[in-house]
Design a protein around this ligand. Structure first.
Ligand SMILES: [Zn+2]
Length: 184
């Protein structure tokens, strides 16, 4: 017995009507980066279906070096896989989605951050960098960070959005654009 048992029963239902999705480029031509918060599940709030979009989640939905590495690999992989391709050969759009009421927001408070650092052993500076106190500001910063990375494929565009936990609505705050090298 495990706490997963009732969820495995749901999986049994799922598997009964299951149709496997082929290994191909994401059907929605989007890759989502968002928070691991259980209230912010992109499959549910964006109505994603199997094969639509890869999703990378961490605390806050931050564009960390590890996230940039994953995006670089996924862009390479997408270039190798079958799927629709436009004339410019673009691969997908990375949609960074931060949200209101983020649990990382507490880390903006120095006292809370110090306690968290002591309890977890994580460096205070790292905790501070991960805080999403104002999702409109952090999502803009993370879009810029990703666009500035030399690891980002010129065939990948980046956009920024904020999910409001109170209303269930996603608002686009940074329109999709390609890294500078691509526009030159
Ligand atoms: Zn969050």
């Amino acid at each position: 017995m495990t706490r997963l048992t009732p969820l495995l029963e749901r999986n049994e239902q799922f598997a009964r009507d299951y149709t496997p999705a082929p290994l191909a480029r994401p059907a929605a031509q989007v890759l989502i980066v968002t928070c691991l918060d259980h209230r912010v599940d992109p499959a549910i709030l964006l109505g994603l279906r199997l094969g639509d979009a890869p999703v990378i989640r961490n605390a806050g939905g931050r564009v960390t070096p590890a996230v940039i590495d994953d995006i670089a690999y996924l862009a390479f992989l997408a270039g190798q896989l079958p799927g629709d391709r436009d004339a410019a050969g673009t691969l997908f759009e990375v949609a960074v989605i931060h949200h209101t009421q983020c649990g990382t927001g507490f880390l903006a408070d120095p006292g809370f951050r110090q306690q968290a650092a002591e309890a977890t052993g994580l460096p205070e500076a790292e905790l501070e960098a991960s805080a999403v106190a104002d999702p409109y500001a952090t999502v803009r910063g993370d879009v810029e960070r990703l666009l500035a990375s030399p690891l980002l494929s010129p065939k990948v565009s980046v956009s920024g959005h904020v999910y409001d936990v109170a209303t269930g609505r996603v608002t686009t705050t940074v329109d999709a654009r390609y890294p500078e090298a691509h526009r030159a």
